[in-house]
Design a protein around this ligand. Structure first.
Ligand SMILES: Nc1ncnc2c1ncn2[C@@H]1O[C@H](COP(=O)(O)OP(=O)(O)OP(=O)(O)O)[C@@H](O)[C@H]1O
Length: 891
């Protein structure tokens, strides 16, 4: 279980930049540096990037056309097109009053637009080109130091985006430039003239300084002025299309500007290596800009500040939800958000301090993170951080909820991946504590750290220990936790095998490695090996041969789950005293989804993707459905096609939860309904199959295969494919062992074993702790203000266990469904704010269309929001470009 290939731990914390991004950075990033071939893609993890057919991009943006692939002409054979229809203005200009109304609504929910605000308050005469009289910032407030004030002024002057509302600019020759979208990416071209000789719809475009091509008009996207290249807010773009959005994000990224506003949400591109962006100075700057009523440039700190202000002014719970694939930077963003909040809303009682937050992070990473193929420090558990604010807007307390984690990783994991960090830390670090090592019999384990950077792991163990001390773990608690971890390590060295028996008709079982079993029994305080065996398998006759091994695995999982629960509950004890709080800021951190993987994905990835689907649905509702509803009420005209394209039914959610369950997703509670339904969802099929003890994996795949036509069979008989995220990312799952994983037989046994342990430390600590062991799958740690307010999770999980569904509810799969429902419902009740995290993929051309699935998902939202909400929408032709991505075939 714990064996690691060489170099396993070497890359963890000190991993440096992911390979791909590292290569980009090596080429040099900065305004003066040549633009690297970078497309911003979400969904391709660094480790799994396949180098696409790269489009070579010269240094200056205006030379990009040379990258046009040689076979482009054959793909777009030159045919004379008919004259183009004038681009239809899809959105009627808003009446002035209504526009104001909309803008004010937008301003409430998002950071203010600096340019607009400045022009409104400017004393400059009409038509003046002077951009910034100092009066805009106003006199220095008494509480702002002169130094900071001057610095801030200088910063504001630099960060002011280029003015883009002058009609002359909009009609500049720049606007004759287009992006030509092709299979390899997008290239800037000059629109020349229509070809109509053969009556086809092809148009002639000229690559800057190069050849002419006849292309479909549909493949052209209007280019924005070059001045908008580094715009801070995508909604400020005059022409919103996928190429322009990617071009801005890409250009900003190469200038080390990794944050970009996109209406009320924010995009963050993972720089891959630490940038000097998260310093105290930046934090002060964001705070000071806020004090002088000025919108800070895009930054996660700015996002945290606006969410904090929303919580304080509305007294309503707010949430900040990072979204993205594996290694896209979600956890890093969460850390920075927490860091800013803790330093801004200083806890008066000193309960929540930066030191404790960092310690909490270290502990949770050790227990809940693991090295995967895509990320050496991948989050493998779902957490919800809740910061509770008091009447004065200061932090009263903080709590974490741990929802579910990749417990199956304890038993088995892909060959190039590892188990949870804590095991390696313990094995390496305990070498420096010989007495404890001997006490836990870990001196007899010598192969688990083969190839591991032991010194690095030992350093991590030291910091884990100091973090545990900071969080108030007592010596007894530490000893109990280490003992259970050591027992898990010993149990992983043994199996259950058949024993030679004198009774021919009776099968007898024993430990394959009785020494390891003995050590485990001693660590757990469970007597000798026979005692442990009879505790785990009270009646071996009822077990089938294949189930015996599963019982042992389930015991290991049960023990680790209880330990993880205990850790979470002790952290909460320290950070969440019973103090009255008014509202909370909630930040979820959860594993990212995997887009490209060499092997089919596991059940945990299935659940993670389900969670992502649900959050994407919430986001979709927040960003598209809700604004459209508002327009309807306010009788603002919008393009009908938007509704058709964006508000279409979400087939994937319907597939997951059935037609009935999918109704009202994102807007109304959608707790799992266990009553029979004619068209049950995929999750129900899983529950039903796992609930029937006579069925196995083969039955499950049979049921799945006859389930729906949008669900495709994988390459192998035990695989199936789902096209996730609004039908953009196909993901293949391998269902081997799913049914056993769903049946959680040993949770109670593990808890009972710990409670009845003859090891006083273990029995005291585990029976004393209330939060531990409520269920084996999720730890709902009780007792804090925010949790009392957000009772949905507890109700969903523990309510009415006497119904006929009780049995089913004990299944792991049902518990995870409840956990996801509860989590999404908790977030739904708050004011939601989203941060989209992305990975830059080098050598992807300007964008590899087949890889930008998530980009397709997110940009459409900005297109809609920006065009309908942007003050620019009636100044130039906004030319909403049809969403081709919806029609692109998957490769
Ligand atoms: N803003 C940033 N600045 C510097 N490095 C970053 C930033 N964001 C992410 N990284 C780096 O990228 C790597 C992956 O980040 P992180 O673990 O936060 O991703 P994640 O989305 O949480 O991944 P997973 O879903 O696998 O948990 C880390 O090594 C981290 O240091």
């Amino acid at each position: 279980m714990l064996t690691m290939p060489p170099g396993a731990l070497q890359g963890q914390r000190s991993a440096g930049p992911p390979k791909v991004v590292g290569e980009i950075l090596k080429r040099g990033a900065g305004p003066a540096a040549p633009s690297p071939t970078v497309a911003v893609v979400e969904g391709t993890a660094p480790g799994s990037v396949e180098a696409p057919t790269a489009v070579r991009v010269p240094a200056a943006p205006w030379c990009w056309p040379r990258t046009w692939p040689p076979d482009a002409a054959s793909r777009h054979p030159a045919l004379p097109p008919p004259p183009p229809p004038p681009p239809a203005a899809r959105i009627a200009p808003e009446p002035p009053g209504r526009r104001l109304l909309l803008r004010s609504a937008r301003n409430r929910s998002r950071p203010r637009c600096p340019g607009k605000r400045w022009r409104l308050s400017s004393a400059a005469p009409a038509g003046s080109r002077s951009r910034r009289p100092t009066s805009v910032v106003g006199p220095r407030p008494p509480n702002v130091s002169r130094y900071i004030y001057i610095q801030t002024l200088a910063y504001v002057s630099k960060s002011e985006p280029e003015s883009n509302d002058s009609p002359t600019e909009l009609n500049s020759p720049d606007t004759d430039a287009y992006w030509l979208v092709h299979n390899e990416g997008f290239s800037p071209v000059e629109y020349t003239r229509k070809k109509s000789s053969d009556g086809s719809s092809k148009v002639l475009v000229k690559v800057f300084g190069g050849k002419e091509y006849a292309v479909d008009e549909e493949s052209l996207e209007k280019m924005n002025s070059v001045k908008m290249q580094l715009t801070e807010d995508l909604s400020q773009l005059n022409y919103l299309n996928e190429s322009s959005i990617l071009n801005v994000v890409r250009s900003r990224y190469t200038s080390n500007l990794i944050h970009t506003y996109a209406g009320p949400t924010m995009l963050v591109v993972n720089p891959g290596s630490p940038l000097n962006l998260y310093t105290d100075k930046v934090m002060h700057m964001v705070k000071n800009l806020h004090k002088i009523n000025k919108q800070p440039p895009p930054h996660v700190y700015a996002m945290a500040q606006s969410v904090y202000m929303a919580a304080v002014t509305t007294r309503r719970d707010q949430s900040l939800i990072p979204m993205g694939c594996q290694a896209s930077g979600k956890s890093t963003s969460c850390k920075h958000l927490l860091q800013y909040l803790v330093q801004t809303a200083v806890s008066p009682n000193k309960v929540v301090t930066l030191e404790r937050i960092e310690a909490m992070w270290t502990v949770l990473e050790a227990f809940g993170n693991a090295a995967t193929a895509n990320n050496p420090n991948a989050t493998r558990s779902v957490h919800l951080y809740s910061i509770d604010l008091d009447q004065g807007g200061q932090i009263a307390s903080m709590s974490i909820q741990m929802h579910f984690y990749d417990k199956w990783r304890l038993i088995d994991h892909p060959p190039n991946e590892f188990s949870f960090h804590v095991f390696y830390y313990l094995l390496a670090g305990i070498e420096n504590i010989p007495a404890l090592r001997k006490e836990l019999y870990l001196d007899q384990i010598n192969d688990d750290l083969k190839g591991v950077d032991k010194s690095q792991a030992a350093v991590e163990f030291t910091s884990l220990q100091s973090a545990l001390m900071i969080l108030g773990f007592s010596n007894t608690e530490l000893k109990a936790i280490y003992a259970v971890l050591a027992a898990i390590i010993h149990l992983s060295h043994t199996k259950i095998v058949k024993k030679d028996s004198i009774f021919k008709d009776k099968v007898q079982w024993t430990w394959s490695n009785s020494d390891a079993a003995k050590r485990a029994a001693k660590c757990l305080g469970a007597g000798n090996t026979d005692d442990l065996f009879s505790l785990v398998f009270p009646d071996t006759e009822v077990f089938k041969e294949c189930d015996i091994g599963d019982q042992l695995n389930a015991l290991i999982v049960g023990l680790y789950t209880e330990t993880f629960n205990l850790v979470a509950s002790i952290i909460n004890r320290k950070l969440a005293p019973s103090i009255h709080s008014l509202c909370s800021i909630i930040i979820p951190d959860y594993p990212g989804y995997v887009v490209k993987s060499k092997s089919a994905l596991s059940m945990f990835d299935f659940w993670t993707n389900y969670l992502h689907e649900r959050l994407l649905s919430s986001y979709h509702n927040y960003a598209i459905v809700a604004p459209l509803e508002k327009y309807k009420i306010e009788k603002v005209e919008t393009a009908a096609s938007y509704e058709a394209e964006f508000c279409a039914e979400d087939h994937m959610l319907k597939l997951f939860v059935g037609a009935k369950g999918a109704v009202g997703f994102g807007r109304s509670p959608s707790m799992v309904d266990l009553k029979p339904e004619p068209c049950p969802g995929l999750l129900r099929v899983l529950d039903d199959t796992a609930g029937d003890t006579n069925l196995n994996d083969r039955d499950l795949i049979e049921k799945i295969q006859t389930f729906s036509n949008i669900l495709k069979n994988g390459n192998k008989p035990n695989e199936f494919t789902l096209v996730h995220f609004r039908e953009t990312i196909p993901i293949t799952y391998n269902i081997n062992g799913w049914i056993n994983m769903c049946r959680d037989g040993m949770a109670k046994t593990a808890l009972a074993l710990l409670h009845d342990s003859s090891n006083i430390d273990i029995s005291t600590v585990f029976s004393k702790n209330r939060g531990a062991g409520l269920t084996s799958t999720l730890a709902i740690v009780d007792g804090t203000q925010s949790l009392r307010r957000m009772s949905s999770i507890r109700r969903a999980t523990f309510g009415s266990l006497s119904t006929a569904a009780t049995l089913k509810r004990k299944l792991t799969c049902v518990q995870i469904r409840f956990a996801v429902d509860g989590l999404v419902e908790t977030l739904r009740r708050t004011g939601q704010h989203f941060i989209h995290c992305f990975i830059a993929q080098h050598e992807a051309g300007f964008t590899n269309r087949t890889d930008v699935a998530a980009t397709r998902v997110f940009h459409s939202v900005y297109k809609l929001q920006s065009i309908t909400l942007s003050p620019n929408s009636n100044k130039a032709n906004p030319e909403p470009v049809a969403c081709r991505w919806l029609r692109l075939p998957h490769k």
